[in-house]
Design a protein around this ligand. Structure first.
Ligand SMILES: Nc1ncnc2c1ncn2[C@@H]1O[C@H](COP(=O)(O)OP(=O)(O)OP(=O)(O)O)[C@@H](O)[C@H]1O
Ligand SMILES: [Mg+2]
Length: 249
């Protein structure tokens, strides 16, 4: 079972869209569990139009077991764990210290182990930037896809985040962390992307490509669906990147 984290330094880079579509692509041939981890700004309730009986929050609060928060077959081969759209600032995940997060990490390691035979992939969507839940997920995952828009402050922020958050949470090998540019404008930016990718690769990331910024994509996401078919331009670019992530080295 592969555990893939989708994360970024800044908000709005496309993490949720990418995580959901990675899960959708992989579920064409595999059993996939997709887990939402954005407790402040959940989006899965809207994307999947689903009202689960129990939320990831309930599990973290110690009220239910992990298997009770899994919503089965939300799509064919795709099970999903949702966070609660009704934000509660008093929940443990909002206000707890490192000790609590460490206890959650141990509990999740044990619970995810029981799913080893059930799923081929677990995909984690995350909140942006620094959060103790992200530290836990880095420790739990064996691969991370870091998204960024083509801008120097996103590149430099990602560098710092890699140094402070990733390298401390877990000693990385060069193929553990993958770099994917999203929302790349439709102008010639190859030189910029290659230069930025080269800088980040020196820090141990692997560049896996880019997804263009498209008004059609934005329109479709606003009016139709956020989960695209495989032949869609967004998922064609994502599939090419994913092939590198899943390649065996
Ligand atoms: N390649 C793209 N072209 C056009 N619009 C895009 C593209 N990728 C994402 N978007 C748009 O960017 C917005 C943010 O996407 P998304 O919610 O997936 O980002 P996020 O990183 O999960 O945000 P947050 O940090 O708030 O969780 C959405 O409105 C989406 O339609
Ligand atoms: Mg998101």
């Amino acid at each position: 079972m592969e555990k893939i984290l989708v994360h970024s330094y800044k908000g709005g880079t496309g993490k949720t869209t990418v995580a959901v579509n990675i899960a959708s692509i992989l579920s064409l041939e595999n059993k996939v569990l997709l887990i939402e981890n954005d407790f402040m700004m959940p989006s899965f309730f809207d994307i999947f139009k689903c009202e689960p009986n129990a939320y990831f929050n309930d599990y973290l609060n110690g009220n239910v077991n992990f298997d009770e928060v899994i919503e089965y077959e939300v799509k064919s081969n795709l099970d999903v764990v949702f966070t609660n759209k009704r934000f509660d600032p008093n929940e443990k995940v909002m206000s707890s210290d490192q000790e609590w997060f460490l206890s959650i990490l141990k509990q999740m390691i044990a619970d995810l182990k029981t799913l080893e035979k059930k799923y081929n992939y677990i995909i984690f969507d995350t909140p942006p930037g620094w959060h103790l839940i992200v530290v836990n997920l880095i420790a739990l995952s064996n691969k991370a896809v870091l998204l960024l828009r083509p801008d120097s402050y996103e590149v430099n922020g990602t560098k710092i985040m890699l140094e402070i958050l990733y390298k401390r949470a877990k000693p990385i090998r060069s193929w553990d962390v993958y770099l994917l540019f999203n929302q790349v404008p439709d102008v010639e930016m190859k030189v910029d992307l290659d230069n930025w990718a080269g800088e980040l690769e020196k820090d141990g990331m692997k560049y896996i490509g880019h997804i263009s910024c498209s008004c059609n994509i934005a329109y479709e996401m606003a009016h139709k669906t956020k989960i695209f078919p495989l032949e869609h331009e967004f998922n064609q670019a994502l599939k090419n990147a994913l092939d590198i992530v899943l390649a065996k080295y």
